[in-house]
Write a protein that binds this ligand. Sequence first.
Ligand code: SAH
Ligand code: SF4
Ligand code: F3S
Length: 437
Amino acid sequence: MKSYFIKTYGCQMNIHESEKIAGILRDLGYKEADSDQNADLIVFNTCCIRETAEAKISGHIGEVSRLKQKNPNLIVAVCGCMSQQKGVAEQLKKRFPFINIILGTSNLQLLAEELARQTQKHSLIDTAEYNTVTEMNSYRTSGANAWVNIIYGCNNFCTYCIVPYVRGRERSRKEKDIVAEVSYLLENGYKEITLLGQNVNSYGKDLDDGSSFSKLLEKLATLPYKYRLRFLTSHPKDFTEDIIDVVAKYDNICKSIHLPVQSGSTAVLRNMNRRYTREYYLDLVNKIRAKIPDAGLSSDIMVGFPGETDENFADTLDLVKQVRYSSCFCFIYSRRKGTPGYAMENQIPKTVKTERIKQLIAAQNVITREISKQFEGKTVEILVDGLNDKYSDVYCGRTDCGKLVNFKCDKDCTGEFVNVKINRSQSATLFGEIVKK
Ligand code: SAH
Ligand code: SF4
Ligand code: F3S
């Protein structure tokens, strides 16, 4: 029996795509290898959101040449966002001549055909066309949680971002197909569903059948199962009041909202083509908090976008202090070829970017700690993800609002809902003990 090893980089979308790749491979009779050393097939499912991601992946692909020398029959496949970029397939082929198969995000379903050829020559497929999406059989590895795509692609063209170029335009799945998939997963014991899209809030706009994200949420929230519903990612410009109302109305829709702001300066937001202002965003946060007082908000923020002044950055710091996110992913702007940001004047020097990100992370850390501290003494319901990697009797799971909780349990409680009393907190993580319901 042949075996595969998949290396996944990037966002949740890619993690789920790797589950689909595993599904294809298992249908072909492959089994999962415990390491790349023992695999007959290594798949790199790549990301190109920042230069650092691409550099890391290239390094890892380079290391495989050693394995290929030992085992000339080893098949190496590269797919995902990095190889979907214009001209990158050819560059990869030149730099790493041992790669057997290069696919993009748009033609992943050809993996089976390509493997069937098993050619030692390159099979390079034209990655320009986006096929209509077909859902593939996933081999899920995410414990109690199952990822479900609701919309593919992105229409927003934020000026820093490569995603619209490598994932194509927005394509929503039909509501009935999503409801069928979610029902099937719940029937099979999953306790949490996370809906995925680059901008889930614009779900249905391309369908012309009256579908919308809030209607979809309502339909899923009323399915007759005890489970949690989450979604990623929301674009502030499309987070309309009907969505706030549905999240507020249903207990099983998690009160954890990832609402990337990117910058706290209206001038920078305009240059980023985010299509909202600082005031609009703060107003949206107030509306959400008015209707969902215990909402846990999180964000993505970038420093050093071209033209960002000290004053603009001060606006970002100030916004972070006003909003008080429970957690925040902070990034240094990375120039991506093919995006409008690449050609912009006033690129910010590296030293300035590094100093700004340090300040931003420090400011957020204080807030993260303060928010965690507020949980001490409280009892919260946790959906258990599984064992904490580091210990044999410590389990971890998340609160409704997305906080990570560690606690001891003497039996396997993975996938169960348990009540945990929080005793202490350490930066973003909470520690507690199980109490009776
Ligand atoms: N669709 C999501 C996020 C996609 S990428 C959204 O719109 O929010 C995840 C995050 O990576 C973005 O929110 C952004 O903060 C960051 N990112 C995207 N392009 C980047 C770039 N060129 N440099 C640095 N960070 C970037
Ligand atoms: Fe990128 Fe903007 Fe689309 Fe998000 S909304 S994927 S940041 S272009
Ligand atoms: Fe995700 Fe990276 Fe692609 S963040 S959409 S895997 S470029």
